[in-house]
Design a binder for this molecule. Sequence first.
Ligand SMILES: Nc1nc2c(ncn2[C@@H]2O[C@H](COP(=O)(O)OP(=O)(O)O)[C@@H](O)[C@H]2O)c(=O)[nH]1
Ligand SMILES: [Mg+2]
Length: 128
Amino acid sequence: MRANLKNVDCVIEIHDQIPLSGRNPVFQETLDVRPHLLVLNKMDLADMPQKQRILKHLHRNGVQHVLFTDSRKQRDENVKKLVPKVMEILENCPRFNRDENLDYCLMVIGVPNVGKSSLINSLRRTYF
Ligand SMILES: Nc1nc2c(ncn2[C@@H]2O[C@H](COP(=O)(O)OP(=O)(O)O)[C@@H](O)[C@H]2O)c(=O)[nH]1
Ligand SMILES: [Mg+2]
């Protein structure tokens, strides 16, 4: 992961439900050098009334960009927001602006079963 990171413009870190205690500090340390979006997948199973509290907790802990998704849905409005959100993150990161290259490389990370494959497939359904 570390070896590939230098070619990565933005890291998409996926958790299912609420990572209040589950974030790997080594991940965090390694990833802090890259633009980063935290995806909380399986929002259909999560306690959504707690959403504001979760966001506040994450923001306090330095996690600025968070997206709640349901990647099993045929067309999830929130999955649709992922690419615009990544673009917004990158546009606000001048260090990573690569004027001449319009392609971006994203790295999707997360422990098994959080829905990485489902999210990637959902993105494919959204864009192809
Ligand atoms: N309820 C729910 N289940 C999901 C969601 N996304 C993925 N899953 C299920 O979680 C399991 C693991 O998903 P998968 O994409 O294989 O995870 P990966 O190991 O991170 O690639 C599968 O049974 C998926 O159907 C979601 O948003 N909501
Ligand atoms: Mg998978």
